[in-house]
Design a protein around this ligand. Structure first.
Ligand code: AMP
Ligand code: GLY
Length: 427
């Protein structure tokens, strides 16, 4: 079969790499892809928000299966559009994608489904939001309702920071219509972890836990990024707690969405805070996380096509995931300056040497210039490796990182350290 993957990041390179291993897949097309996906299949320059263009591409190339990577096409209704054209597309429809597209929507569904989350208030009036902040006091978390490229959340330590956030989101409309309303919620303390599950509308099959590293610098300092590295499993959510956690934060959402007439198909991703009072959901995503996808797919031994087809046919209950018991860890190599303005065009060398000992270099912000990869985005590569333990996976990934040569680049040197500390019993 021919598969069309939508997107251009490390997640999409990992999807293309994994799908190519399926005996069912003859070819993959990636729209628009990067220098890494060009080696797995054919890149076609259609943007992820060009829904009509994507449908036309899938039809013209007779794609048998479409897999969107990022949230934007999902919230724009790519699944509905593909379905209307008779094309199987793996992901939630536009209604279900609101779970990620609107934080107010997600909060309402969580309340209806009885899922633990931070206490919150939702406002569409800036003066009322400010009055609430003055009465509640800090710390508080202020979130733009809609998609804001990961920048719409302000953890306000003081009342003034919360008031400034309301002004930025609702007054100055820093994120446009995404800031028409705000969610103001209780500040939670704890360790974060991601739980992702394949869903067919009724049944959920959880992948092992993963942990992202959102802050730009070592020790979780500096500005938030799309994610500077990830590993799986995360000791804060061990395998023997996966089923219970899926019962708490995934299955009630599936049941509630089905009850409302909109069964959820695709990947449901719960971003969790493990607090002293138990797990609380910070957010839902309706797709694979990037970079969590890279270590998770390295651990997935099952044929991804079989799982996706079972999701689309509503027969996930007949499958079990085959997971490699090894740990996997991915380190993002970013361009200097990211997540602010960053350098571009740097040549990337050493990619073959980096992969000699079984590590895999997933491309993210790369493009081909005269047939050679150069940096074109903030997150450039995600170097990922397996190991018998988390420490081994980390050592293998960092040994591979050391072989990659790219000027004006940087990476975090502590990916996985929180997990290692927890394993050692010191946190
Ligand atoms: P979100 O997009 O809602 O996951 O928020 C982005 C990041 O903000 C999370 O990964 C957390 O680090 C932080 N965050 C979000 N909500 C809260 C909260 N209620 N308490 C503390 N930190 C939070
Ligand atoms: N790594 C977090 C995300 O993909 O949203």
């Amino acid at each position: 079969m021919r598969v069309l993957i939508i997107g251009s990041g490390g997640r999409e390179h990992a999807l293309a790499w994994k799908l190519r291993q399926s005996p069912r897949v003859d070819s993959v097309i990636i729209a628009p892809g990067n220098a890494g996906t060009a080696a797995e299949g054919e890149n076609v320059a259609v943007a992820p928000d060009d829904i009509a263009g994507l449908v036309a591409l899938a039809k013209e190339r007779r794609a048998d299966l479409v897999i969107p990577g990022p949230e934007l096409p999902l919230t724009l209704g790519v699944v509905d559009a593909m379905r209307a054209a008779g094309l199987p597309c793996f992901g939630p429809d536009r209604w279900c994608a609101q779970l990620e597209g609107s934080k107010a929507f997600a909060k309402r569904i969580m309340e209806q489904a009885g899922v633990p989350t931070a206490a919150c208030r939702i406002f569409d009036d800036a003066a009322e939001a400010a009055a609430f902040v003055r009465s509640a006091g800090a710390p508080l978390v202020v979130k733009a309702d809609g998609l804001a490229a990961g920048k719409g959340v302000v953890v306000a330590r003081t009342e003034q920071e919360a008031l400034d956030a309301i002004d930025m989101i609702m007054g100055r409309k820093a994120f446009g219509d995404a800031g028409s309303s705000v969610v103001i919620e209780e500040f939670l303390e704890g360790e974060e972890v991601s739980l992702l599950a394949f869903c067919d509308g009724r049944t959920a099959l959880a992948l092992p836990s993963a942990q992202d590293h959102k802050a730009a610098f070592d020790g979780d300092t500096g500005p938030n990024t799309g994610g500077m590295g990830a590993y799986s499993p995360a000791p804060v959510l061990p395998d023997n707690q996966l089923e219970a956690m899926t019962d708490t934060v995934i299955r009630p959402i599936l049941a509630e969405m089905a009850r409302q007439g909109h069964p959820f198909t695709g990947i449901l991703y719960a971003g969790l805070m493990m607090t002293a009072k138990g797990p609380k959901v910070l957010e839902y995503n309706v797709r694979f996380g990037d970079p969590e996808c890279q270590p998770l797919l390295m651990r997935l031994d099952s044929d991804l096509v079989e799982i996706v087809e079972a999701c689309l046919a509503g027969r996930l209950d007949t499958l079990q995931l085959r997971i490699n018991p090894q740990a996997a860890l991915g380190v993002v190599i970013a361009a200097e300056g990211y997540p602010g303005s960053y350098a571009k065009g740097m040549p990337i060398e050493g990619l073959e040497e980096a992969e000699v000992q079984g590590a895999k270099v997933f491309h993210a912000g790369t493009t081909l210039r005269d047939g050679r990869p150069v940096a074109s985005g903030g997150r450039v590569l995600c170097v990922t490796a397996l190991g018998d333990t988390l420490a081994d996976a980390g050592a293998a990934a960092y040994a591979a990182v050391a072989r990659v040569r790219m000027p004006q680049s940087r990476f975090r040197s502590d990916i996985g350290q929180k997990g290692l500390r927890r394993q050692a019993g010191s946190c």
